[in-house]
Design a protein around this ligand. Structure first.
Ligand code: SAH
Length: 457
């Protein structure tokens, strides 16, 4: 059937049939798909067509004619426009259900599962101001240096002062630094002509220690008024313990470059998780929602059911957070991670917490695992926490060759999680439990912890 295409600026009344995993409501006009922001399934809305592509269009809601029972008032319409809170119009309980359904759908696409093993999403009591890290683009708008966020699917900066999802002290620090940059007349980066200086301000904060690290990402080595800048940041933000200049002179969307200059303190700040202290460097990964990270790790360790003579592997270990939390329960924990600097931090963190039963190795997990297989390391439990693309085939093969009793898979992407779990279930492992955890309220992201168990023990 050939569908009639809609045209720009047309106004239609539509029913929202579904919610996509980018948080767009899905409607059909004579069979043609229209994506609409800030709506919920079951709603009837008046919509204006804004952009028409070959197979679908985007529409803007003009009026909600029939509202869903899950609709709540917006905290800030900008949060939807810039995509930091695309689900803010949905009641929090409904967001948690939506995330569980997403996980179920991802599994159902690749394998048969009993939906009951996918537990209800663990949410936050107070789902605001949760981020301990902000990466804020800096641009010039009408002669003013501005900090904010890009409009969704664009590089148009929208000035923002209150982000609602970051720790408020981080919002304050960004405004202070913005004002200092304005006072000193330091130029913002100009993406079109690839000139100017400050590309991004990154602020990281210890949720427990309150220590802050400021990273100024610059378009080249030059940083005018460096000393005055550092001095003013320290005066206005007394909790800052580390200031790093990161140089990124490439035409790229990647935020940080490879080289850094230390401007103040050391290239680290400290925070605590589950009563352990961690040093975190500018280049190493650290979970951005501290409260929920404790929920996530506690769940992963509960499912891992580690006993004192167990050998454990923590693959994709970052600065050793899960490794060190598991070390109290285990005989020995091996951690592997590709970023060398993170492994340096992991070793340092072990000594900081007087932990002596961990072994860390820098390298690709898929390569180091094969080496460990050859060395005859026989883990009872393997924990993995890979990036969004999931596990390499060779990692899966090496982990199965080690015959662990249990596998814990911590995932930030249920699509690759489901595909990887399917491979394990085809090679002697049973899927026992799937626990979604909400690390990013008001966004569509979902973290999941999975327990798999070997069938012939
Ligand atoms: N478990 C840690 C880190 C999880 S993030 C925590 O909770 O903090 C995933 C980590 O995998 C990152 O530190 C990233 O640098 C690392 N990584 C990415 N690809 C890798 C690979 N092929 N081998 C090992 N580590 C990798």
């Amino acid at each position: 059937m050939k569908h009639k295409r809609v045209s720009k600026n047309e106004i239609h009344e539509v029913e929202i049939l579904d919610l996509s995993y980018e948080a767009y409501g899905v409607a059909k006009i004579d069979g043609f798909t229209v994506f609409i922001e800030s709506v919920l399934p079951g709603e009837v809305v008046k919509v204006r067509i804004e952009r028409v592509e070959k197979r679908f269009a985007f529409g803007k809601v003009l009026e909600v004619l029939k509202a869903s029972k899950d609709r709540v008032d917006l905290i800030d319409p900008l949060g939807t426009r810039i995509g930091t809170m695309p689900l803010q119009h949905m009641a929090y309980e409904a967001q948690l259900q939506f995330k569980r359904k997403f996980v179920i759908d991802c599994f159902s696409k690749v394998m048969q599962i009993d939906q009951d093993i996918v537990l209800f999403t663990l949410g936050m009591d107070h789902p605001w101001h949760y981020r301990n890290k902000a990466q804020i683009p800096v641009r010039e708008i009408q002669g003013h240096l501005e900090t904010g966020f890009f409009k969704r699917n664009s590089h148009d900066l929208v000035p923002i002062e209150n982000y609602h999802i970051q720790e408020p002290e981080i919002d304050e620090a960004i405004l202070s630094i913005r004002n200092i940059l304005r006072d000193l007349n330091i130029r913002a980066y100009d993406e079109v002509n690839h000139e100017g200086c400050i590309r991004h301000i990154i602020v990281r904060r210890g949720h427990i220690t309150k220590e802050m690290m400021v990273i100024l990402v610059t378009n080249g080595k030059t940083l005018p008024y460096r000393e005055a800048l550092v001095q003013r940041i320290l005066e206005d933000c007394p909790n800052v313990v580390s200031i790093v200049q990161n140089i990124n002179d490439q035409k790229t969307n990647v935020i940080m470059g490879n080289t850094s200059n230390l401007l103040f303190g050391e290239d680290k700040y400290y925070d605590k998780l589950l009563d352990k202290t961690f040093a975190i460097s500018s280049h190493s990964f650290f979970q951005v929602n501290s409260k929920q990270t404790e929920v996530l790790y506690a769940k992963a360790l509960e499912l891992a059911n580690i006993s004192h003579d167990d050998i454990v592997i923590d693959a994709y270990c970052g600065i050793g957070t899960i490794t060190l939390c598991a070390s109290d329960l285990a005989h020995t924990v091996y951690g592997v991670e590709v970023v060398e600097d993170a492994i340096t931090m992991a070793k340092y963190n072990a000594s900081l917490n007087a932990i002596t039963n961990t072994v860390f190795e820098a390298g690709k997990a898929e390569v180091v695992m094969q080496k460990w297989v050859k060395q005859g390391i026989k883990p009872d439990v393997i924990i993995v926490d890979p990036p969004r693309k999931g596990l390499a085939e060779s990692f899966i093969d090496a982990s199965i060759a080690m015959k662990p009793k249990r596998l814990i898979y911590v995932s930030c992407n249920p699509v690759t999680l489901a595909k990887d779990v399917k491979k394990y279930t085809e090679q002697g492992y049973e899927l026992i439990s799937v626990q979604p955890v909400d690390m990013f309220p008001h966004t569509t992201h979902v973290e999941t912890v999975v327990l798999m168990s070997r069938v012939d023990k």
